[in-house]
Design a protein around this ligand. Sequence first.
Ligand SMILES: [Fe+2]
Length: 244
Amino acid sequence: MRIITEQNKRYGNIHYFCTYIGDPLTCYVLRGRNGDMLIDTGLPFMRRRLAEYLSDYDIRYILLTHAHVDHDGNAVRLRRDTGAEILLGERDRELIGHYGRQPVKATSPRYRARNAQQNFMGRMNLFSTRPYVPDIYLSSGNTGILRELGFNAEAVPLPGHTLGSVGVLSEGVLYCGDAFTAIWGKPDITPHAASPAAMERSLERILDISPEWLATGHGLPLRMKDARPVIRKYLLMSRQRKLK
Ligand SMILES: [Fe+2]
């Protein structure tokens, strides 16, 4: 298991913990006035090393960008160990413990096989998180709540990959979960989405926000200038497909 954090590779002021076991999986920490926030928690096998990394922080909140097992897999144990409150997008409530409840579609024909595998795994208990109850549900009606909790940040609904996917915008960094990806070491479109149409609207939103950095759920942080052409090309191709 290979781990890269800001202690050995810096990307602006982003605090991150990226684990490679096959594909990369990335969690982030946001510093706050009244304690810190962990963004995503990874899979259970990462927990011990993640907990070591987090010992430098005072984790009071755990924000889950979405309720897929590779993002919420350690939420319950970390809440127990730290006393942190869990935040999750309201529309992902149904996914907790049953991530196959929002079947996904391939975002490109080349991801069809991968997508079928994802839906198959989503139906297996093995790949579901133990059920938990978030402390705070995020929706378009309470995006300012992170400021109230002491963070220079706002929640940004980014539905598509899951219906309740949510990002965090803070100081030029958009922590975007799986709304976009660096899973293959370069900017790329996430291979599957519960709603590809909603995902496209979220990609347009990311273009509008135009942060300096995109901190994705898989891989190391990306510069928006490198991600922008990939997003634009995908949206253009999608529009052309619809016109055919
Ligand atoms: Fe995901």
